[in-house]
Design a protein around this ligand. Structure first.
Ligand SMILES: [Zn+2]
Ligand SMILES: [Zn+2]
Length: 702
């Protein structure tokens, strides 16, 4: 008999072995699976009908496999009595009774197979109307067990294994990647235009053999929650009438749509790369060949000329790294990270202050991984930073193969680089990788308020090869990251000092009772003009005043409406021109450029400035800092971190101004002070540069 076949629908089936054991699988090409299982010596395949969209096929398969295992455990367990199944005796032998035939006809109840019957009802209950029913078993070994050279099974010419060279080419294209079948087909057309490989056949073969992972683009998770396989999104999923699978409710992920759609009927395939680093094992035991952990007498990186260093770990290839000399704070972190690569943990958290110069700290660890043939990924949430980092890595690792991937809309699929290579990628590009990298560095220090950092964190976990390591660098770790570090699940490396060695400016907490509730009402447009208090004006004027401490002023506000309202209000009370902007302002870049050129010295904005733009002489005022819903400690710390980033002006003033002082404001100050104290205790600080001007007294407002 032939298998039912349907365009881009998947057949759920049981592989039946001679001892009666069944395994549940699903496939796009049942005849390819038949060829595979026949070769493995299986007895039969029992397909379920009709073929279903990928999401339902995978869901059904998962349920079936679980029920099958429960059933087997029950029946194998010596103590467990067989449950009462009164219909069993009647069905056995002479086929179905009239009642059963009736119930089968009416409800699709399949008395021959209670496992399938339960899944059939579970699917219908979950909203998949057709359900699944047992089709006719296909005996795999009724023909002569002889295979000809092309791999066809005698007597069943349609059960052909795809040619091995095609299978190998598809497997190679998928290695380290997570791609939809359409992306793979396109890639194969580009890479092997004349091969004529049937990609779907090859994938079915590889999936049956367990060499690739196959998943629906959108899957049904726990409690029926839908989840995008590629990006992990659970909220922004929409149901559409689908032309591909013909279902009127096919789910599409909106979150990663720019990469090309994945639907609940799309199949996403993934395959891991072989690991290059020794696998981390618990309790400090490291499996595999390991280079000795360097002792203080035996430096990890031997100096090799001015400004150039050569990685000198044993049993590894030498990788030339060109970095500027590291500061003591950077050197500490650099050595800790290089040791982490040899250690037993998978994750390291680098908690570095804003402006610590953290990228260079990872270079020793990167060189070590590259020298052992590891693939290294730098994952960055933002496109502009990816390009900049690409240039820096090119300069630092001149002899290493480097790939820079950015642009969410870029749909070309590139192969994973060879061992000992570097890849820099944005969030969206990272989502196309699967267990590809031995060392992943997630750099989100300046990315905090940007959307998608959660998505990136998940993509980074997926992109790590089995046994790989992850280094996460942030100025504002969340509670979960800190919990992992405290529990010893990740290595915590704190970098309390900036690269120039001066302490972080500590924000002044300023109470200004003339401020209203920032988030009251639907915006500030309808209000009377903003009238800055004496206190606020004196804070701004103090920075603008001529003298050695003169600075430009960045005023951060929590909402778009407030940016314009406050900007206009300040402009009416200051002699200097004032600019205001926000993320959605089309003239944002021009205004920012004008601010940088010094045409205006006060800039009111909602979000932090682009990272590439360091304003050398800037003071920061966070207005409505008590707007707790928007300004939590991470945001406050990031905004304060814009000040004093250059060697020329390593200090500056930060003020958090609110109607009241919130706990978040106090905690942000405490965290900054804590970092300064730690840096001082470690001897990493130079003395602070004093600035003229004090916090105005409260009485001035009267
Ligand atoms: Zn569909
Ligand atoms: Zn998605």
């Amino acid at each position: 008999m032939a298998f039912a076949h349907a365009w881009r629908r998947m057949t759920v089936y049981a592989v039946v072995w001679d001892d009666g054991v069944r395994h549940w699988r699903y496939t796009l090409r049942p005849h390819v699976d038949a060829a595979y299982w026949r070769r493995q010596g299986a007895h039969a395949m029992v397909p379920l009908e009709p073929p279903a969209p990928a999401m339902w096929a995978e869901y059904a398969c998962r349920l079936l496999q679980r029920l099958e295992e429960q059933r087997r455990a029950r029946e194998d367990g010596p103590a467990a009595p067989r449950p009462e199944r009164p219909w069993r005796g009647r069905v056995a032998g002479s086929g179905e009774s009239f009642l059963h035939r009736l119930s089968r006809w009416l409800f699709g109840w399949d008395p021959r197979d209670p496992v399938v019957a339960r899944v059939h009802f579970a699917l219908r209950l979950a909203g998949y109307e057709p359900g699944l029913q047992t089709g006719d078993a296909v005996v795999l070994r009724d023909a002569v067990s002889h295979e000809d050279g092309a791999g066809a099974v005698a007597g069943r010419p349609e059960w052909a294994a795809p040619p091995e060279r095609h299978v190998q080419a598809v497997a190679a294209a998928l290695t380290g990647r997570q791609l939809s079948i359409r992306e793979l087909e396109r890639f194969m057309e580009q890479a092997h235009p004349n091969a004529g490989a049937d990609v779907a056949d090859c994938l079915a073969w590889l999936a049956a053999a367990g060499r690739v992972r196959q998943m629906p683009g959108v899957r049904r998770g726990a409690f029926g929650r839908l989840e995008c396989t590629r990006c992990g999104e659970t909220q922004r999923l929409q149901a559409w009438d689908c032309a591909v699978c013909g279902e009127d409710e096919c789910w599409v992920c909106d979150a990663c749509r720019t990469l090309g759609e994945v639907r609940s009927c799309t199949i996403v395939y993934a395959a891991a790369t072989p690991a290059a680093l020794p696998r981390p094992v618990g309790n400090g035991v490291v499996a595999g060949t390991v280079a000795p952990v360097p002792t203080p007498q035996q430096p990890l990186l031997a100096p090799n000329g001015v400004g150039a260093r050569t990685h000198a770990a044993s049993a590894a290839q030498r990788v030339v790294v060109r970095t500027p000399a590291l500061t003591p704070a950077q050197e500490r972190a650099s050595q800790a990270l290089a040791q982490f690569v040899d250690g037993h943990r998978t994750d390291a958290l680098v908690w570095a202050v804003c402006g610590a110069g953290k990228t260079e700290m990872s270079f020793a660890a990167v060189a070590k991984a590259l020298g052992r043939g590891g693939r290294v990924l730098f994952a960055i949430p933002r496109r502009d930073v990816v390009r900049e980092l690409g240039r820096r890595l090119r300069a630092a690792f001149p002899d290493v193969e480097l790939q820079v991937l950015h642009g969410g809309a870029d749909r070309t699929v590139l192969p994973v680089l060879s061992p000992g290579s570097l890849t820099v990628a944005t969030t969206h590009q990272v989502m196309r990788f699967f267990q590809a990298f031995d060392l992943v560095i997630l750099d989100e220090v300046d990315a905090y308020p940007y959307r998608g950092s959660r998505m990136l964190a998940e993509a980074v976990v997926r992109a790590t090869a089995p046994g790989g390591r992850r280094i996460r660098m942030t100025a504002t770790p969340d509670h979960e990251l800190l919990r992992q570090a405290e529990a010893g699940e990740s290595a915590l490396i704190r970098v309390p000092a900036r690269y120039h060695g001066y302490p972080l400016p500590v924000p002044e907490l300023v109470e200004d009772r003339t401020l209203g509730d920032a988030l009251a009402g639907d915006g500030a447009e309808g209000r009377r003009p903003f009238r800055p208090s004496r206190r606020l004006l004196s804070l701004v004027e103090r920075s603008l005043a001529a003298g050695p401490a003169q600075a430009r002023v960045l005023v951060f506000v929590p909402t778009v409406a407030l940016a314009e309202w406050v900007g206009r209000g300040l402009a009416g009370h200051l002699p200097d021109p004032v600019l205001w902007s926000h993320a959605r302002d089309p003239e944002r870049d021009e205004k920012l450029a004008a601010f940088l050129r010094g045409e205006a010295r006060v800039f009111v904005a909602t979000s932090i400035l682009e990272r590439g733009v360091t304003v050398p002489d800037v003071d920061v005022i966070v207005l409505y800092a008590d707007a707790e819903r928007i300004f939590q400690e991470p945001a406050l710390i990031q905004m304060a971190g814009r000040v004093g980033r250059t060697v020329e002006r390593p200090t500056g003033r930060v003020a958090f101004v609110g109607r009241r002082v919130t706990a978040a404001m106090r905690r942000a100050v405490a965290l900054i002070e804590g970092m300064n104290e730690e840096a001082a205790a470690l001897g990493l600080l130079r003395p602070a540069v004093p600035l003229a001007g004090a916090v105005p007294e409260r009485g001035e407002d009267a």
